[in-house]
Write a protein that binds this ligand. Sequence first.
Ligand code: AMP
Ligand code: MN
Ligand code: MN
Length: 316
Amino acid sequence: MTLDNILEEIKKAQTIILLTHEAPDGDAIGSTLAMKTALKTLGKESDVIIKEFPRTFEFLPNAKEIKQESEIKKYDLAVSLDCTDLRRLVGREYFEEAKRTIVIDHHGTNSMFGDINFVNPVAPACCEILVGMLTYFNIEITKEIGTCILTGIITDTGGFKNQGTTSETFEFTAELLRKGVKVSEIYRKVLEIKTRGNFELLKRTLNRMEILENGKVAFTYITNQDEEEVNIEIGDHEGLVEEGRRIEGVEVSIFIRQKNHEDSYKVSMRSNSYVNVSDICYVFGGGGHPKAAGCLIQGNIEQVKEKLLKEIRKVI
Ligand code: AMP
Ligand code: MN
Ligand code: MN
């Protein structure tokens, strides 16, 4: 069974590296740190490489041990968490050089780029996959590991509200509460508190939000100039795409963010019920989940908007 193989690889490895996707969110960071902490209980040290670390997640156990790069070039084992494909993986070179590789993920569009792939598209967060995995490995989910895992679950389920949220999610959360994990404190830290930069971007994105296609599509954007004017920090764009889909009648919310001062935009899409935004993003080389997905598109704001609307019109 895949899980037995994963445990075997972990036990065999002397050097382990844990990696995740670019622009890491709570699930990306939560799952790598949960894994790092869990591996310690097996007597295994591991390196975590995350290059753009949002300040919001500094409170997580072992966050201080995260590195930007490593002196080891060839690891015995590389594990990718919460990442769809090699192109989005930060520290890709370590993964490509590693003797053995494992992919643990919950994206339906995962390209299965590891020697062993453990992908469950039904899991609401990569962190939720770890609950089952660690239990199977007989690793106790301590307060520290639970804090990391719950962070990923809370951020990827939008605070237990997305449809993917399972009964296990609540059962696990209840168990963590009993163990002393500060659920409401984590919730507030990762979802409620806005940085000043995020708040300033929110004002701009709301002001310029367009409601299109008979009220079914919300569209907004930020440019590199906006980011400079409000002095953003890493991660300040998180959550902005959620605003559009809260508007009555809106099925698809689009938020685009300029990349590198070029005519190139990182697209975030969310839907409410029937549009599969992952399929739309897939057309542009991206992917994600049916109701939350992303991609990168070339062009200016109007061109990117038109390209997306052309695809959306087919299904809306
Ligand atoms: P975001 O809008 O960046 O929060 O991403 C929404 C979901 O889509 C997340 O699960 C991402 O991991 C995934 N995603 C975002 N961009 C891409 C991409 N270019 N390729 C594949 N998956 C993506
Ligand atoms: Mn993620
Ligand atoms: Mn995720």
